[in-house]
Design a protein around this ligand. Structure first.
Ligand code: GDP
Length: 454
């Protein structure tokens, strides 16, 4: 199917103990033989899943490239399903590149992003949902995201879709034969049962579609922006949430002039937590730029935390600040609850308000819970598969087909054959999720998101 083996560095580019160059495809063993000593037996003689140690040479000049461990897989018992070799050489940018160059010179070609996994799919080692899970797992930023991706990689999503696919095909073929029944009553009973089966499928699909939101949160993460007047306690809150001193806390207004961004896990959902420059009028050019960026971030945020020090804030100031925010994405955080004598402010009723002390941690748990409620993050983290946008679109197509078919079944028996044919569109949509049916566009979209070497 493929003429040349593909090769790529499979470890991240940078300094490290070792690097791995992966090579897969036809003639891979003869390509590797060319970079080893002439005196060695062919790699093809090695047993599946075994390592051996060797010097690696430039196949033309016989210059020594590296000392390496070489791991041998015989297809189909490999990740790609093809003969595959992994060379572990010394880590570092240049040694890794030299190793790759030696293999390319010996007859391999550079792999495209995700090409190893694509070959694995094309060779039937995994379905498309599992291939997508490989990418999700690599890119996961929290344990929750990694656990969910791993369960999809183990086939949890694919199995559900395969099951539904089989059921639709089954219903469709049953319907095609229903008009063979002589007795009208039997046919009517049969239709009734079919309606129940389709209702159950629709219910199942609804349940899967409801996991989309969590899938998006896990894959895309959320942007949470902290803003407020200088000295309100934004940096203190950032540090309290991160549980370390990331931002400089100082009582000189304008200390945080630039944007500070940190990764944060909110119940396992990856978040970008951003501490902005204080919102206020300033003549200082650097501070003005910081304030401009703060406003841009406020517009992009999935959630804004407006930090307010009620000792410094009056009604006029709060009214002028609050106008910058989309009220549906806003939580007001009254900081410094450890101090007494707070001002009473008149605020829009529908915005959640949380009292905290960033200094001693009071109210932080409640703030986190309010943030989760606002973003629709649940605590009931189970390793259930969660769907992505692509799956949702195909599931919606299936759902629409099933609704149409229900209408047809409820009208005339003569429409049953049309319904049976129509069901095929629903099964095809499911087939596109798992890759029973695929096009170059679908594959390009999925594997284009991968890194080279996976
Ligand atoms: P920012 O300018 O909004 O980032 O504010 P900072 O986090 O730098 O805090 C400004 C000042 O307020 C510092 O002196 C902090 O120690 C103080 N501060 C922050 N949070 C609290 C709090 O909850 N209680 C009290 N009493 N002081 C706080």
């Amino acid at each position: 199917m493929f003429e040349k083996p593909i090769a790529a560095i499979a470890t991240p580019v940078g300094y490290g103990g070792i690097c791995v160059v992966r090579i897969s495809g036809p003639n891979v063993f003869s390509v590797i033989d060319r970079v080893l000593s002439d005196k060695m037996d062919s790699v093809s003689e090695r047993k599946n899943g075994t390592f051996f140690y060797s010097t690696i040479y430039d196949c033309e000049t016989r210059e020594t490239i590296d000392d390496a461990l070489i791991l041998v897989f015989h297809g189909p018992k490999s990740y790609t399903g093809e003969d595959t070799v992994e060379i572990q050489g010394h880590g570092g940018v240049i040694p890794a590149q030299r190793l790759l160059d030696a293999v390319l010179k010996a007859g391999a070609q550079l792999a495209a992003p995700g090409e190893f996994t694509k070959r694995s799919f094309l060779n039937g080692n995994m379905d498309l949902t599992q291939a997508e899970a490989v990418c999700d797992l690599i890119q996961s930023q929290t344990e929750r995201a990694a656990a969910v991706a791993k369960c999809q990689l183990d086939g949890a999503l694919g199995n559900k879709i395969h099951l539904m696919y089989d059921q639709i095909v089954d219903i469709s073929s049953d319907l095609e034969h229903v008009l063979d029944f002589d007795e009208g009553d039997i046919a009517n009973n049969f239709v009734l049962k079919t309606v129940q089966r389709i209702d159950a499928l629709k219910f199942f699909i609804d349940d899967m579609i409801s996991s989309w939101r969590e899938g998006e949160l896990l894959r895309q993460g959320v942007l949470i922006v902290l803003s407020g007047a200088p000295n309100a306690g934004k940096s203190s809150l950032l540090n309290a949430l991160l549980q370390r001193n990331r931002a400089i806390v100082h009582n000189t207004p304008g200390t945080t002039r630039d944007i500070i961004e940190e990764s944060y896990s909110l119940s396992g959902i990856p978040a970008r937590l951003v501490d902005t420059a204080g919102l206020r009028d300033s003549d200082n050019a650097i501070e003005c730029e910081g304030i401009k960026r703060a406003h841009a971030l406020i517009d992009q945020a999935d959630l804004n935390l407006l930090i307010i020090d009620r000792h410094e804030m009056d009604q006029q100031k709060i009214d002028s600040i609050i106008q910058f925010f989309n009220k549906n994405k806003l939580i007001l955080v009254y900081n410094k609850s450890d101090l007494v004598q707070m001002q009473v402010l008149d605020l829009p009723a529908n915005i959640p308000v949380v009292n905290i002390s960033a200094l001693n941690g009071d109210g932080l748990d409640y703030l986190k819970q309010t943030m989760k409620n606002h973003l629709g993050i649940t605590d009931d983290f189970q390793t259930q598969p969660v769907i992505a946008q692509r799956h949702m679109e195909e599931l919606r197509t299936t759902q629409n087909v099933l609704s149409e078919v229900l209408q047809l079944l409820k009208s005339d028996l003569a429409d049953i054959v049309i319904a049976a044919n129509y069901l095929r569109e629903g099964s095809e949509a499911l087939g596109r999720i798992t890759g029973r049916i695929y096009s170059d566009d679908i594959l390009d979209n999925i594997f284009g998101k991968f890194c080279v070497g996976k």
